[in-house]
Ligand binder design. Structure first.
Ligand code: CTP
Ligand code: CA
Length: 224
């Protein structure tokens, strides 16, 4: 109900946010996934809603609960996430904060795989759809602002700049997830915003401050 009354610079805007990991089943009891608490994506959705946006929040199985005042769509796998994203379009802006598994098990077993006297199972993988790239490269109905994330180690800006080119998104928020930074799984983040204008390094701050700052930038871009 809250979202119908929140007034702000994003009042008339519909914004999609993906968040959390995806889980790709191996069998009914096992899966592969990326590490992701969902904290940064959740904070971004909350900050956008606070500025008045109508937020569609497509989330994998995250550790943190979704924010109030957004439309929550829960998914498990990357393929389900893509479907949910397509169903949410059109939107004015889209922020892809999810840590999508790059591969799924090509033929997940419908029944539990049992140990076989020391014989090891062999898993074959298939590549998952790149949701960010697909939306960035839409021929018609593309959101006017598409924001991706890039969690990198080593040479963060170079990797993220190349990733932005390759995927075709407008902005990439890049962060250094080398173990030494202590970022992974923590409450703080240190990001670089890569855009047409180059690389803008933000100081280390809480994930909710990163979210507020990003939401402000999005409001400026959409209302310019
Ligand atoms: N992403 C996505 N769908 C995928 C993979 C990634 O939408 N199947 C999005 C993520 O949400 C993130 C961005 O793409 O916003 C970058 O993800 P990342 O894993 O860094 O990119 P990849 O192209 O998968 O490259 P890498 O080989 O470094 O994992
Ligand atoms: Ca990836």
């Amino acid at each position: 109900i809250e979202r119908f009354f929140t007034k702000g610079p994003l009042s008339s805007k519909r914004i999609l946010v993906t968040s959390g990991p995806t889980h790709e089943p191996i069998d009914p009891v096992r899966y592969i996934a990326n590490r992701s608490s969902g904290a940064q994506g959740t904070a971004i959705a909350r900050a956008l809603a606070a500025l008045g946006a109508e937020v569609v929040f497509v989330t994998g199985p995250a550790d943190v609960p979704p924010p109030d005042g957004v439309q929550v769509v829960r998914v498990e796998t990357a393929q389900q996430m893509l479907q949910a994203v397509e169903a949410a379009l059109p939107v004015d802006a889209a922020v892809f904060a999810a840590a999508v598994a790059d591969w799924r098990v090509a033929s997940a077993s419908g029944s539990k795989i049992k140990k076989q006297n020391g014989a090891l199972p062999v898993l074959e993988f298939a590549e998952n759809p790149d949701i960010l790239a697909q939306v960035s490269q839409m021929a018609s109905g593309r959101p006017s602002l598409v924001v991706g994330f890039a969690a990198e180690t080593d040479d963060v800006i170079a990797h993220a700049t190349a990733k932005r080119q390759r995927k075709g998104c407008d902005w990439i928020l890049a962060n250094d997830v080398s173990p030494a930074t202590g970022i992974m799984g923590g409450t703080e983040n240190a990001v670089v915003l890569i855009s047409d204008a180059g690389a803008d390094e933000w100081p280390r701050m809480s994930k909710s401050e990163v979210a507020t700052r990003l939401a402000d930038r999005i409001a400026t871009a959409l209302t310019a």
